[in-house]
Ligand binder design. Structure first.
Ligand SMILES: Nc1c(C(=O)O)ncn1[C@@H]1O[C@H](COP(=O)(O)O)[C@@H](O)[C@H]1O
Length: 168
């Protein structure tokens, strides 16, 4: 297991299905991570300990996911100099708009890079891009990933064209 350089935190273990794709994206790029349940509301001291010690423990990026009154990403960002990526979770009520607004509307001076509602995978990929700024081999891997993505779109377009042609 590689040393963790990305910290994945979530307000509850019930957030894991949304956060696991972030972990899988990091796995795809061979980036080490750790994952913990830390809540600004339920475990405020533990949350502060985590955020304040993160940089000193070698983490470089934090991904924080939460639902509802999702204060966790912003509170973590307030207590660490590391970049924080927020992931809003859609709960049964309000479809995640509550989580999104709680995370994205930060006061000036305390940025949280917010991905879309339920955007765990993009959070992982954004963490990889942030790390790739100072890591040439990781940047090469991102470029290969983008080329693969483009190739998949080309294949899908071809499939659509064939379907349209056979419908004529
Ligand atoms: N938004 C927060 C925070 C926080 O922001 O500190 N702590 C827990 N939660 C959220 O409460 C939701 C329900 O949690 P439970 O499933 O444990 O009841 C989760 O989406 C969690 O992220």
């Amino acid at each position: 297991m590689r040393d963790p350089i990305v910290g994945i935190v979530m307000g509850s273990d019930s957030d894991w299905p949304m956060m696991e794709p972030a972990a899988l994206a990091l796995d795809e790029f061979g980036v080490g991570y750790e994952a913990h349940v830390v809540s600004a509301h339920r475990t405020p001291r533990r949350m502060l300990d985590y955020a304040e010690s993160a940089a000193g423990r070698g983490l470089r990026v934090i991904i924080a996911g939460a639902g509802g009154a999702a204060h966790l990403p912003g509170m973590v960002a307030a207590a660490t100099p590391l970049p924080v990526i927020g992931v809003p979770r859609p709960l049964d009520r309000l479809d995640g708009l509550d989580s999104l607004l709680s995370i994205v509307q930060m006061p000036a001076g305390v940025p949280v890079a917010t991905v879309g509602i339920g955007g765990g995978r993009n959070a992982g990929l954004l963490a990889v891009r942030i790390l790739a700024v100072c890591d040439d081999s990781l940047r090469d891997a991102v470029v290969r990933f983008q080329a693969d993505l483009a190739e998949q779109v080309a294949v899908r377009d071809l499939t659509l064209q064939e379907r349209l042609a056979s419908a004529d």
